[in-house]
Design a protein around this ligand. Structure first.
Ligand code: 2P0
Length: 339
């Protein structure tokens, strides 16, 4: 298509973040961002990213490149570079060369182990492809979003989502799918934020260091398929104790594996341990609550919706917990306006 005739339009998309219950930690191909194992997650309502994209000859910034705004201000160069490289993939797919303007706002605390990149790249994949005139299927969008961030492939879909490691070299089968929709099971994730500020080491370099230096990495990889089978069956049976047990073991094994890297990767702080103790006390007292921990110090506690107030109160009373959020299952990435 001649770019003079390109029908420039502004497309806004939203996506919720997701929390993995069976973790992704390690890649089989860094260039295509292919995960070494599958993972299983819950996409969340309300906390996510909203991204607006427009491709047009006047969209570039003063440097001639894509203009990337984050929260209304120019994005820091590392983030802008990641977005620009992702837009290059979309331009290749659409056979266009136009620059883009991207406006992103996040309702997830950025880079604090709450998977803001998952929601961000899922919303960007949807908004950018549609603005470029493409109509990709959710599966195709998932493969594309994965190039931005592995966990973003899961946020294309709502509810309980399983991401496949895939076996193909081109990554076309390293995609996610919903295994149970957002209305299937009324659970909550209570997030206990135990620190402010950015995490010590980002997921991508931490995974790479773990894969290269942790003697436990092969054992970690070997354990994931059985955890996926168990978690999938637990979701389908709405069996919270079963899902909670596999979620805790997946998270603690991921962290044990990272802890054994050289140099060691430690994401936890004293409040992380205190919050783990709180979850165990809740269970001892008869409340079904189970934790998971991502690449950061915060605890995400899975429970039935009816138990969320009890879980919140116990976490709020835990020393070092600075803020609480309670998140419900939510839908996949979607367009909110176009034109
Ligand atoms: C997960 N995490 O399954 C795991 C558990 C963090 C801990 O997916 O390198 O930011 O961009 O593909 O998606 C975070 O990793 O990593 C993540 P890249 P991403 O949620």
């Amino acid at each position: 298509m001649s770019e003079r005739n390109f029908p420039s339009k502004s497309v806004r998309a939203v996506a919720g973040t997701n929390i993995a219950l069976v973790k992704y930690w390690g890649k089989r191909d860094a260039a295509l961002n292919l995960p070494a194992t599958g993972s299983l997650s819950l996409t969340l309502a309300d906390f996510g990213s909203e991204t607006t994209v427009r491709f047009a000859s006047d969209a570039a910034g003063a440097d001639g490149r894509d203009r990337v705004l984050f929260g209304g201000a120019p994005a820091e160069p590392r983030f802008a570079g990641r977005v620009q490289r992702f837009l290059d993939l979309v331009r290749d797919l659409a056979s266009i060369e136009l620059p883009a303007e991207v406006r992103t706002t996040n309702s997830v605390p950025t880079a604090a182990g709450l998977a803001s990149s998952a929601a961000g790249f899922a919303a960007l994949a949807l908004a950018a492809t549609r603005a470029a005139g493409l109509h990709l299927s959710p599966t195709e969008l998932s493969a594309l979003a994965r190039r931005g961030s592995g966990s973003a492939a899961r946020s294309i879909f709502g509810g309980f989502v399983e991401m496949a490691a895939g076996t193909r070299a081109d990554g076309a089968d390293a995609v996610a799918r919903t295994i149970a929709g957002e209305d299937f099971w009324d659970v909550r994730l209570c997030v206990a934020i135990t620190a402010t500020g950015e995490k010590a080491i980002g997921s991508t370099p931490a995974m790479d260091l773990t894969a290269r230096t942790s003697p436990y990495y092969p054992a970690w990889l070997a354990a994931v398929p059985a955890d996926l089978d168990e978690a999938r069956a637990a979701v389908r049976g709405r069996d919270l104790a079963r899902l909670g047990a596999v979620a805790e073991r997946s998270a603690t094994r991921m962290h044990a594996c990272a802890l054994a890297a050289d140099p060691s990767i430690l994401y936890w702080n004293p409040a992380t341990l205190a919050a783990i103790a709180t979850v165990k006390e809740l269970r001892a007292g008869g409340t079904a609550a189970y934790f998971t921990i991502d690449a950061g110090p915060h605890l995400k506690v899975l429970c039935a919706a009816a138990d969320a107030p009890t879980v919140e109160a116990a976490l709020a009373a835990t020393p070092g917990v600075v803020r609480l959020l309670t998140l419900a299952p939510g839908p996949g990435a979607r367009i909110v306006s176009e034109g």
